[in-house]
Design a protein around this ligand. Structure first.
Ligand SMILES: Nc1nc2c(ncn2[C@@H]2O[C@H](COP(=O)(O)OP(=O)(O)O)[C@@H](O)[C@H]2O)c(=O)[nH]1
Ligand SMILES: [Mg+2]
Length: 492
């Protein structure tokens, strides 16, 4: 039966995909599933929700920049695979999301595949496009495609190749997608073309990609790359080209960041002068290694960050969600008691007042007209009792509902929208269902078994860190720290 559950199927395909790439993360998925179970039983999650859907499983490296600056050539070289078309004409006008597959061939899928699959970073991208250009989301296939490729370099990350900034048609949508991709990316390589350092597309790129990024708090994820510098080797002073480029970046307000100058040794022009060639090559090799190190670092730190998220989510359930539900229950209980007391107290007082005023009391005995007739009837007594009981229950339930809303507003009012009001409302509602006594202090889903589950998730999270250390800290002998980027400032 569970086979046909779309949520489970999605998670299963996530597991399969991770299995080929990083088996430690398959165990991590299992831990997230345990959290899902607890979250559901506590009422935080509906059946359609899962922690695994909001975890960015693959770090995203996007390659943006000037058209014909060698982005696709760089990607092909990096993957060691002739995947993308290259050329001086605008050969590619789509964003290409490239991810790993252990199939022995490249598979190409339309953009819709990306939009509909939460495993991929561009899930629901059509909504973002529609926001910018209403109706354009339908044409998603004109903007996006997915390619799977067996290159080892793709294990554990996703690369996005982009069209240049030259196509004026569809510009808004393209910009919108670009911004969306930048937001999602862990690393953004911005390519410039050393052949035309002053061209229009260059200044467009500067405008969009440099000016817009300097005020971001994640500005360190941008690498600025002046590509094809082999073309400057024939000029009198290649350093000038580099300096002019840096000045242009600085003019846009960029004061620090990582700058690299590279070229492709196979498609680049041969440099005749030996001294020059050596100088160019050394700088190029250094910078390419720097870029590779950043890419590797992203891949490794992402895996650790996912583990951090696992521990953090377990912590949030226990240290934030649980106390809030308890505070809610407390506030609700108090309100129900007060309102019940006030309402039934007042009702009783009114009843006494009216009957006293009407003179139905003879000493301590109440003599209501018709009461003796009703009591004399064998059905009458029970009907009266049933009526009264139904009325009391009805009023009490209405009060529970009313008090629940009030208590909810109180707790939600003190919370940030980002903390998921919807989930809390679901949990609060679950805890106030009509058959739950207001005196039950233990929140729904918070039994011994779930407490043990959470404790296990936290313990496992630590164990996974060690497993990851084994995977990453050994073979190449490199740790993320050692491969951290050089401090290379672009400021002049
Ligand atoms: N001289 C030289 N040409 C390059 C270099 N990298 C790429 N090219 C050429 O520049 C053209 C555009 O490259 P492409 O990768 O398609 O650029 P994209 O539009 O940014 O993806 C192609 O003809 C490449 O062969 C380089 O480092 N030096
Ligand atoms: Mg290209």
């Amino acid at each position: 039966m569970s086979e046909s559950n779309p949520i489970e199927n999605r998670i299963k395909s996530l597991e399969q995909h991770l299995e080929t790439e990083n088996p430690v993360l398959v165990d991590v998925v299992r831990s997230f599933k345990a959290l899902d179970l607890v979250s559901r039983q506590m009422g935080f999650f509906s059946k359609e929700q899962s922690h695994t859907f909001s975890v960015p499983w693959w770090p995203l490296i996007s390659v943006l920049g000037v058209y014909s600056s060698g982005k696709s050539t760089f990607i092909n070289r990096h993957l060691d695979y002739k995947l993308q078309d290259t050329g001086n004409q605008a050969v590619d006008n789509k964003f290409t999301v490239i991810c790993f597959s252990d199939e022995d061939r490249v598979r190409q899928l339309p953009g819709l595949a990306l939009d509909a699959d939460p495993r991929f970073p561009l899930y629901r991208i059509t909504e973002a496009i529609d926001e910018a250009t209403p109706g354009e989301g339908r044409r998603i296939d004109a903007y996006l495609q997915l390619k799977t490729c067996p290159s080892e370099k793709l294990r554990g990350n996703i690369i996005i190749d982009s069209p240049g900034f030259d196509a004026d048609a569809q510009r808004t949508a393209t910009l919108r997608i670009t911004n969306h991709i930048i937001d999602l990316s862990d690393l953004v390589l911005v390519f410039f073309d050393a052949r035309h350092p002053e061209s229009g597309s260059m200044s467009d790129t500067l405008e969009t990609l440099v000016k817009g990024t300097i005020h971001r708090d994640d500005s360190s994820k941008f690498l600025y790359i002046l590509n094809q510098i082999d073309m400057t080797a024939r000029e009198d002073n290649p350093e000038q080209v580099f300096a002019a480029w840096q000045r242009a970046l600085a003019q846009k307000g960029m004061t620090a960041g990582q700058c690299y100058t590279i070229y492709d040794t196979e498609v680049g022009m041969p440099i005749e002068d030996e001294g020059l060639r050596e100088r160019f090559l050394r700088k190029r090799n250094e910078d390419v290694a720097g870029i590779q190190a950043r890419i590797e670092e992203v891949r490794v730190t992402r895996a650790y960050r996912i583990l951090g998220m696992l521990g953090q989510r377990a912590g949030v359930l226990e240290k934030e969600a649980l106390p809030r539900v308890q505070a809610f229950l407390e506030s609700w209980r108090r309100r129900v008691c007060w309102l019940d007391g006030i309402f039934f107290g007042l009702s009783l007082a009114c009843f006494l007042g009216v009957t006293l005023w009407a003179g139905y009391w003879k000493g301590f005995s109440l003599q209501l007209p018709y009461l003796s007739t009703i009591m004399a009837n064998p059905w009458g007594k029970w009907s009266l009792a049933a009526f009264l009981a139904a009325w009391v229950v009805y009023v009490h339930l209405r009060i529970r509902g009313f008090a629940g809303k009030q208590a909810m507003q109180k707790i939600l009012g003190g919370m940030d929208e980002k903390e998921g009001h919807e989930n809390y409302i679901r949990a609060f509602t679950k805890n106030t269902r009509w058959w739950r006594s207001i005196f039950r202090r233990k929140p729904s889903g918070w039994g011994r078994r779930n407490m043990a589950r959470l404790a296990k998730v936290t313990a496992d999270a630590n164990g996974y860190v060690q497993k990851l250390n084994d995977v990453y800290a050994n073979p190449a002998g490199k740790t993320p720290e050692e491969t951290a980027p050089m401090e290379d400032s672009c400021s002049t």
